[in-house]
Design a binder for this molecule. Structure first.
Ligand code: SF4
Ligand code: SF4
Length: 442
């Protein structure tokens, strides 16, 4: 298969990064990649999805990963996987000899190992420049479910219509299920038995970088996990704080210990992000040196500074995110051509062990198996968003009253960076807006 053909199949079938921001995968099929990297680091604590999907579908995923390597002409295909995922490592080792360009890179149980920039450094020793793309270093990174979706698209012409989601924490039966895109969070949580706490809050994604979601929110192509938490859990409390109070707290109690900078994973890779300097400048309204503000663009929002490092429970990540958003609104672009300084020698000793992180955030008791059930969950209605990826939203090509079948394209890729969207159930279209298509099962 040539590159253009594979890109077309992936775009038409709506494959995007199955997690994170949903970067359209066809853009990563690039002959500048001499190395491709499969991300099975399960970046955040409590996530259980990728290790299981890779265990159950090891051969299909390896075959597809090999096909991508051949198509782009990559010399090396690396599977980055935590060494603690023993069952999955064994499943991969059973086939690895068949793929001479492939190797496993075993990773430690530290956070944020699944961050692309960190993973690339760990697996290849290359540093992506601040604000740069992995492909500039000759690397393309894919997550496990994304490659499985490429497999389904190439092998059987099946578009992305459903999503694997883990439901964990305050539920009686943690589980990883396969649900149609557009099912509600309430419907997904109902698959995990009883909710074991009064007034639960749904936290969508991992505990470090996730968001609070409503029960009626639809599942999208990037929904990986739902954490069901008590409303007074520390993660929820931190999320509900307001930035103006955070800034006042920083002015009064930041002791300038520098721990947030010392532990910042991007800073330790030589990027010019310095949360301690930013906190000092922002809380004192000091604008003599603008670099701490402008360099907020290089924060990846991993949350190490505010969820783990800061002894005063301050919120550098949130304030940096506000600064980034403010700069964007004012049309101020991130500095270009910034060259990283050498990786800090102390980096090895400043990694954040996941076990410690979970203990500090009160999550250790939720670290249980969430077994995978691959039967598709049936729902009476789906609300499918037209923007589930970075780039332009897809353009609806159905109207209210149309009958659709599962897998049928209901929105085509828009001009520019975009992918198609497909019906996730058979039924009747009941609503079409600029934002979504609603389908009722028949
Ligand atoms: S969130 Fe904090 S620790 Fe993470 S990159 Fe940004 S400043 Fe560094
Ligand atoms: S870790 Fe907290 S107290 Fe220390 S410098 Fe950073 S924000 Fe200030």
């Amino acid at each position: 298969m040539d590159i253009r053909e594979l890109q077309n199949i992936i775009q038409e079938n709506g494959v995007v990064g199955a997690g994170g921001a949903g970067f359209p995968t066809y853009m990563k099929i690039n002959d500048k990649a001499d190395t491709i990297l499969l991300n099975c680091a399960e970046c955040e604590p409590l996530l259980k999805l990728h290790r299981q999907l890779l265990y159950y579908h090891a051969y299909e995923i390896m075959q597809t990963f090999h096909m991508i390597a051949e198509t782009v002409g990559a010399k090396e295909a690396i599977i980055g996987i935590k060494k603690s995922y023993v069952q999955t490592v064994n499943a991969l080792m059973a086939h690895i000899e068949e793929f001479p360009e492939m190797r496993l890179h075993l990773l430690d149980e530290v956070y944020p190992m699944g961050d692309e920039v960190v993973l690339i450094y760990e697996a290849t020793g290359r540093v992506v420049r601040p604000g740069g793309l992995p492909i500039e270093q000759g690397v393309a990174v894919f997550n496990v479910e994304t490659v499985y979706n490429v497999y389904r698209a190439v092998k059987s012409g099946k578009p992305v219509t459903d999503k694997y989601v883990s439901v964990v924490a305050e539920v009686s039966e943690p589980v990883t299920v396969r649900v149609p895109l557009g099912a509600t969070l309430d419907e997904v949580v109902a698959c995990a038995g009883e909710v074991t706490v009064k007034d639960p809050v749904y936290f969508v994604g991992g505990p470090m970088m996730g968001r609070i979601g409503a029960g009626s929110d639809p599942v999208t192509k990037t929904t990986n996990a739902i954490l069901v938490l008590p409303k007074d859990h520390v993660i929820i409390s931190k999320k509900n704080r307001t930035s103006s109070i955070d800034l006042k707290r920083a002015a009064s109690i930041c002791c300038q210990c520098n721990t947030c900078t010392d532990l910042c994973p991007r800073h330790n890779l030589g990027h010019p992000i310095d949360p301690a300097r930013f906190m000092r400048a922002a809380s004192n309204h000091d604008f003599q040196d603008l670099n701490p503000y402008i360099n907020s663009s290089f924060c990846c929002s991993c949350g190490v500074c505010e969820m783990y490092a800061c002894p005063q429970s301050l919120a550098p990540r949130t304030l940096l995110a506000d600064m980034k958003a403010g700069l964007r609104t004012k049309g101020i672009r991130p500095p270009q051509g910034v060259v990283p300084v050498p990786v800090k020698e102390s980096r090895e000793y400043r990694k954040v062990p996941e076990e410690r992180l979970m203990a500090r955030l009160g999550l250790s008791r939720y670290d249980k198996d969430a077994p995978m059930d691959e039967r598709l969950v049936a729902v009476p209605k789906v609300t499918i968003l037209l923007s589930q990826h970075i780039g332009a939203p897809a353009k609806a090509i159905v109207k209210a009253g149309d009958m659709v079948t599962r897998g049928q394209m209901i929105a085509e890729p828009a001009e520019g960076l975009s992918v198609g969207i497909h019906a996730s159930i058979c039924g009747k279209v009941t609503e079409v807006t600029d934002r979504q298509v609603v389908i009722a099962a028949v």
